[in-house]
Design a protein around this ligand. Structure first.
Ligand SMILES: [Zn+2]
Length: 242
């Protein structure tokens, strides 16, 4: 099921999903979402959300950031800074801050939370000064388990930020916005797009079976190539595609 946050005052957002499909961010096919080892692991899905493409399409990116700013404007307008965890949320944090500054007629700063070589989040020193004692909304592109937002928030809190809320472009966590807010301990959370698409274990995947639903395995996205080399007989029956 796919849900898009909508508001009668902002009908443009109704067009988000067709846009995402048009630029191939939301793909349909036969995908392996996680490493298929140890044997038997790795969920299969008929959909793939290729988030890396979004920000290379300025028209779609701007539409998304306009919608993000709208949600923040309605939900938590008393903010000072928009923060995005590196690398994926740097562009949406910046662009959302631009739109919010226009809506609120005051400057909303934008910062990112940096990642070190071990993948740990930290605040660059200059940005730490920007967020200290300020009300911050965290923007994240896609979340599957809100884990990276938790880590980014720790870095912000350590720098003295006050987290007012969190907003996601795409929520694949299976949690509602309210559940996410509770889990993160923040007053407000909002997902622009909520994706709860079914995933399957290999042995019950309808696209792997000898049925009309059988689909070629996509070997260019996710872990389809690993799967195909691990299970050559299945790959031969299904076929592969890029
Ligand atoms: Zn399958």
């Amino acid at each position: 099921m796919i849900q898009v946050a909508r508001d009668p005052n902002d009908p443009d957002r109704h067009e988000l999903l067709p846009d995402l499909k048009k630029i191939d961010v939301l793909r349909e096919g036969h995908f392996v979402l996680k490493q298929p080892q140890p044997a038997g692991q790795g969920k299969h899905s008929g959909h793939y959300f290729d988030k890396s493409l979004i920000w290379s399409w300025p028209n779609v990116a701007e539409k998304i950031c306009t919608a993000l700013s709208h949600e923040i404007y309605i939900g938590v307008p008393d903010l000072d800074v928009v923060a995005g965890p590196a690398l994926g949320a740097i562009i949406p944090a910046y662009s959302t801050a631009v739109h919010l500054s226009l809506r609120l007629s005051r400057q909303i700063r934008s910062v990112w939370v940096e990642k070190d070589e071990n993948g740990r989040f930290y605040m660059p020193r200059l940005f730490a000064e920007v967020v200290k004692g300020k009300r911050v909304v965290v923007v994240e592109d896609v979340t599957t388990a809100v884990a990276s937002v938790v880590e980014a928030m720790k870095a912000l809190l350590a720098a003295g930020a006050i987290i007012s809320g969190v907003v996601f472009v795409c929520n694949r966590s299976g949690m509602t916005d309210k559940e996410i807010a509770e889990k993160l301990g923040v007053p407000w959370a909002k997902s622009l797009i909520t994706l709860s698409l079914p995933t399957y274990d290999r042995n019950v995947c309808p696209y792997c079976q000898l049925t009309v639903d059988r689909r070629p395995i996509n070997v260019s996205l996710g872990y389809g190539a690993d799967f195909a080399s691990l299970y050559p007989s299945v790959a031969e029956i299904c076929g592969t595609t890029k």
